[in-house]
Design a protein around this ligand. Structure first.
Ligand code: NCD
Ligand code: ZN
Ligand code: ZN
Length: 427
């Protein structure tokens, strides 16, 4: 294994220091270090972060390898500075058995670019009628701890209650896609003035908020952990604030796109802006940014949702919802929140806390001697233009095509091995 000597890096924006990475861990940290036979990396001006952890990634394998595979999605993740991703269960077949979660976990190990932690489905086939074998998935080699029907809402309150009771036994968590399906029949975009102007069927904020309100009450009743996926409205933030004040065991995520984009984008009729939950209003965006600073929303997760050209470049009504996000997430977060959160605040919300929620003990650790070398080096001064054709993801559905974004991932280390060096994927 190659030894790396990283010279003059700023850990979380602090004073410049050197790091020696050897045998998978940070072997030394300090000034004027030297290491024989080490490969030296001049990291002057670069910031070191604990490797990012994405709690919400769609890798599409098995079943839709034309949109993404575990390997291509892992490479996209590494390029974005991630060292671990949680792979959502809405694959084909659905990850609702020990066999499928073990398959995804094994494919992740074989690719070796990030740690792929499979999420297990809550219900068989994501159909919302019968609890999946949560215990078998938890006991499998994949050691599943997060369960989610993401893409669908666990809308039956009795099933949701039973899932919460079940996962409580092994300190698992249910990650809910909060969407009351009866309120979003035919929905195409956020219900509001823009939708009314375009004549599109709306996806009302209350469809999300009513499920979050119900679920925090269920989580309190059961005493189990609930995680809320892709929170998108100001009202959801108010419910979460209330629940956290009461001591409910609830965590929540926001996506980079919900921190930046609004429903005005739908006026372009470009389906690249079609996503679930939909892009909301400027006041929702402002409330989400405040919630992120306050910690009412705990983390940033990408909801990386790759789709093929056929599924995306068609009429709005027929296009699948979702956008890719792994390779642009950190840049968007730097753009909207570096001045308020600082590097430490970004590390908290994109690495430490998601690692803790997912139970990934090798990740989200402060960079220090003896710690597994899961590290991302970022150039905060770099600016780069998003070229869809250059993305490592197999899909191209980025809403940021042609935009120039701040901050670039220069290197990513997974247990001491570089997966990205000089801004390029190593394998
Ligand atoms: N976010 C999306 O718009 N789509 C996701 C599903 C989901 O996260 O709900 C997908 O799997 O494509
Ligand atoms: Zn979802
Ligand atoms: Zn999702």
């Amino acid at each position: 294994m190659t030894t790396y000597l990283i010279k003059g890096v700023s850990v979380l924006g602090g004073p410049a220091t050197d790091l020696v990475i050897r045998d998978g861990v940070v072997a030394q940290m300090g000034n004027d270090l030297s290491a024989v036979d080490a490969r030296e990396i001049d990291a002057g001006g670069l910031v070191a972060l604990p490797g990012l952890v994405d709690l919400h990634t769609h890798l599409r394998e098995p079943g839709r390898e034309d949109a993404e595979t575990v390997e291509t999605g892992s490479r996209a993740a590494a390029m974005g500075g991630y060292t671990a991703v949680c792979a959502m269960a809405n694959t084909s077949p659905v990850a609702d058995t020990a066999g499928v979660v073990e398959q995804v976990w094994r494919l992740g190990r074989e690719a070796g670019l990030v740690d792929v932690q499979p999420v297990g489905a809550v219900t068989v086939g994501l159909e919302g009628t019968q609890l999946a074998e949560l215990g078998a998935m938890a006991d499998s080699a994949a050691q599943v701890r997060i369960f989610s029907d993401d893409g669908h809402c666990v809308s039956d309150p009795r099933l949701m209650r039973r899932a919460l009771e079940y996962v409580k036994a092994f300190d698992g968590v249910v990650a809910q896609h909060a969407e009351e399906p009866r309120l979003t029949v035919g929905a195409q975009m956020h219900e509001g003035e823009v939708a009314a102007g375009l004549g599109m069927t709306g996806w009302p904020a209350v469809a999300e908020e009513s499920i979050i309100a119900r679920d925090v009450l269920l989580a309190e009743h059961v005493g189990a952990r609930l995680h809320v996926c892709h929170v998108s409205t100001a009202g959801s933030v108010e419910i979460l604030r209330w629940a956290k004040r009461r001591g409910v065991r609830v965590t929540a995520e926001v996506t980079p796109h919900h921190l930046l984009l609004t429903d005005e984008r739908a006026t372009s009729y470009d389906p690249v802006f079609k996503v679930n939950p939909p892009l909301r209003t400027a006041s929702d965006v402002a409330a989400l940014r405040t919630a992120l600073i306050e910690g009412v929303v705990d983390i940033i997760a990408t909801d990386h949702a790759p789709h093929t050209l056929e599924d995306k470049e068609c009429e709005w009504a027929y296009a699948r919802p979702g956008m890719v996000g792994l390779e642009t997430a950190l840049s968007i977060v730097v753009d909207v929140a570096l001045d308020t959160l600082g590097w430490d605040g970004i590390a908290e919300r994109m690495s430490r806390t998601p690692a803790r929620i997912a139970g990934l003990t090798d990740h989200g650790l402060d960079i220090g001697v003896g710690v597994p070398a899961n590290i991302t080096l970022v150039d905060p001064a770099a600016r780069w233009r998003v070229e869809p054709a250059d993305l490592a993801s197999r899909s191209r559905n980025t809403p940021y095509a042609g935009l120039t974004l701040p901050a670039r991932v220069v290197a990513t280390f997974l247990r001491g091995e570089p997966t990205v060096l000089d801004g390029k994927a190593v394998k």
